[in-house]
Design a protein around this ligand. Structure first.
Ligand SMILES: NC(=O)C1=CN([C@@H]2O[C@H](COP(=O)(O)OP(=O)(O)OC[C@H]3O[C@@H](n4cnc5c(N)ncnc54)[C@H](O)[C@@H]3O)[C@@H](O)[C@H]2O)C=CC1
Ligand SMILES: CC(=O)C(=O)O
Ligand SMILES: [Mg+2]
Length: 596
């Protein structure tokens, strides 16, 4: 019989093993796979240095005796809660955000459970430090702040031997459930960071654990290093990646095939999240592997879902203020890359769900890129991904600037995914407020300093009417006697739940419908209290509840489409039972054996 769920809340027996990696994953949850003992001396010392096993001052008397820890620890016993207090004290004493990032990284590499307990209990303070915006600066300086190796690097030098490299990953075959894989070529809006982009895979996977309870040992941060075109890095003696220009498609594509096939072979239940690939490759690899491997692209699909989720709630507020029908939205994108087009594609479903045809939905969306409004007759060769949304009804009109496009289109919503800061100027925002009682303003570029505008500017320039969400967090604001809370339109709200759903129900495929369902679940997860505060996204303090709700709905859609591979286990559950089961499967950062 397989071990019980992590915190023993499942009401059913686990289903019979359907794929070879079930047991390996369950072993993580029920115990440490390494058993330390004092015999032979040094066992206690090794236990303190195993970041999954270490409890530091929380090791109780019994363990201190059996492991040979006496003398290696201070005499006082402390609880995890007290350790979190000390951690916060130390964290807050760091003078810079990068210093805080380095401190938290060291903690993760020393004591995994203390790291996650601290993050989860202090989400609003800690998420910006391990994720956007600070992870951006960390990736820019990743080689420089490097202390210990983390994650898996598969470099072009491993061509032909990728499977051997994957064999070195220190967990049993089949146990890993989620990989975040980047090639470092477009890290947030910061361009090519080469191998240093590994920091984004580590950051995203920390959120998988904190927000969705994926077991930390079942996560694999991966950087495929195919060189970099970042000259500064190539010239930096401290840079740790391959010192060569980025490979061309001839080398790239077969190498990626080898990586994907080797991962698939060794880890049959692994879900691979593609992250921060440059535009063309992001689209190419999604299309190439979507039907054959368990993959999704976070920037195209995750961002699409998170914006759809927020937009559903924003449109309700906007429609209530204007008295116009819900579908009467005109959406202008500023930025037409992987995220812009990914979101535009997903937002079409906002309209089609209200009865508009596919063409009518498309006509409610306009794209602007670095050359202006994307039209079929503007005179340049459009890349494949922009063609679907390129306008033909512009009667020769070309808009070169955003304000010109706003005047021409009269949008109800502007969505920034351009990487160009401060482009939602006071003039643009003021015009949006003239056109709309509640304009929807989503400056989504990351990190914070690349946001198309900040919260304060948006609120002041629209006289408090903006319905706002940004990619990176901004502080709350008091303006003319009223309190305003910004939304964070960041894929962090959905990718943990999508991945958890795939991991638990062992999906053979992550479909577009499953991604859309994650968006609708996110929209529904805003509770009455949050609605009363004017929020369009739920509070991140509830990140585990949100991921659970997203995961349940994604599993239900996967069952509907026949993509789960759990022998009908989840299909047999009603809503409540599934919710309860998903929650019970989430890993918790606790010291089960703590005894003061
Ligand atoms: N909030 C979120 O969850 C997410 C935010 N992003 C952010 O979105 C931004 C873009 O990401 P991708 O689409 O993947 O990049 P990308 O490189 O594929 O696309 C950038 C787009 O911006 C356009 N652009 C560049 N300069 C411009 C200008 N001066 N005026 C108008 N358009 C301009 C480009 O033509 C291109 O269409 C990044 O900052 C990224 O961090 C990306 C994914 C998720
Ligand atoms: C959030 C994210 O995935 C990005 O900015 O690329
Ligand atoms: Mg990204």
């Amino acid at each position: 019989m397989t071990p019980p769920a992590t915190n023993g809340t499942s009401r059913r027996e686990k289903p019979p093993q359907t794929l070879p990696d079930d047991k390996a994953y369950d072993d993580f949850k029920s115990s440490s796979s390494v058993h330390y003992s004092a015999q032979g001396h040094g066992g206690g010392y090794a236990a303190l240095r195993d970041h999954f096993y270490n409890q530091d001052t929380a090791f109780g008397d019994e363990k201190r005796s059996t492991l040979g820890l006496r003398g290696l620890l201070p005499p006082t016993h402390q609880s995890l809660a007290t350790q979190v207090q000390r951690t916060l004290h130390q964290l807050r004493s760091k003078k810079t955000d990068l210093g805080k990032y380095i401190f938290l990284t060291s903690l993760r590499q020393t004591n995994v459970r203390l790291f996650y307990a601290t993050i989860m209990q202090n989400a609003e303070e800690c998420l910006p430090l391990i994720y956007t915006p600070v992870v951006g600066e960390a990736c820019q300086k990743f080689s420089r702040i490097y202390r210990r190796p983390e994650g898996l690097t598969i470099s072009l030098e491993d061509k032909g031997k990728v499977a051997e490299v994957i064999d070195n990953w220190p967990v049993p075959a089949g146990a890993p459930r989620i990989a975040v894989l980047t090639d470092g070529s477009r890290i947030l809006g910061l361009g090519d960071q080469g191998w240093d982009g590994l920091g984004i895979s580590i950051g995203k996977l920390s959120l998988y654990v904190a927000a969705a309870g994926i077991h930390p040992r079942a996560t694999v941060p991966i950087c495929v290093d195919l060189g970099t075109d970042n000259k500064e890095k190539l010239e930096d003696p401290l840079y740790l990646g391959l010192r060569r220009e980025r490979a061309g498609d001839d080398e790239y594509h077969p190498f990626m095939d080898e990586v994907m096939d080797a991962l698939n072979k060794k880890y049959p239940n692994l879900i691979v999240q593609f992250e921060d690939f440059s535009t063309e490759r992001a689209f190419h690899f999604l299309e190439r592997y979507q039907k054959t491997h368990r993959v999704f692209n976070d920037d195209i699909q995750g961002t699409g879902a998170v914006v759809l989720g927020g937009f559903v709630n924003a449109a309700r507020l906007s429609s209530k203020a204007s008295g116009r029908p819900l579908h009467d939205q005109r959406i202008l994108f500023f930025g037409a890359g992987s995220a812009g087009v990914g979101v535009a594609t997903q937002l079409k479903s906002f309209f089609t769900r209200q009865g508009l045809s596919d063409d009518e939905a498309r006509e409610r969306i306009w794209l602007c890129d670095s050359k202006g409004l994307v039209t079929k007759d503007r005179g340049d060769k459009l890349p494949e991904h922009k063609i679907h949304f390129a306008r033909e009804d512009n009667e020769g009109k070309q808009c070169k600037s955003l304000i010109e496009a706003v005047d021409y289109i009269k949008p109800t919503a502007i969505i920034g995914l351009s990487t160009v800061p401060d482009t939602f100027t006071e003039e643009v925002l003021g015009r949006m407020a003239e056109l709309n009682k509640r304009p929807i303003i989503f400056p989504l570029s990351n990190p914070s300093h690349l946001s198309e505008c900040n919260f304060e500017t948006a609120i002041k320039a629209t006289k408090g009417t903006a319905i706002f969400a940004s990619g990176s967090p901004f502080p709350e604001l008091d303006y003319e006697g009223k309190h305003y809370i910004p939304g964070q339109g960041n894929n962090l709200y959905v990718f943990p739940g999508i991945g958890l759903a795939g991991a638990l129900s062992k999906c053979g495929h992550i479909s577009d419908e499953m991604i859309t369902e994650s968006a609708l679940a996110l929209a529904d997860s805003v509770n009455d209290e949050e609605k009363a505060e004017g929020r369009i996204y739920p509070s991140l303090k509830r990140m585990r509840d949100i991921s659970r709700d997203v995961s349940v709905r994604v599993i239900q859609m996967a069952n509907k489409q026949g993509f789960t591979r759990d022998n009908g286990y989840t299909k047999g559950m009603d809503d409540e039972e599934l919710k309860h089961w998903v929650e019970g499967e989430m890993w918790q950062p606790t010291y089960e054996s703590f005894a003061a």
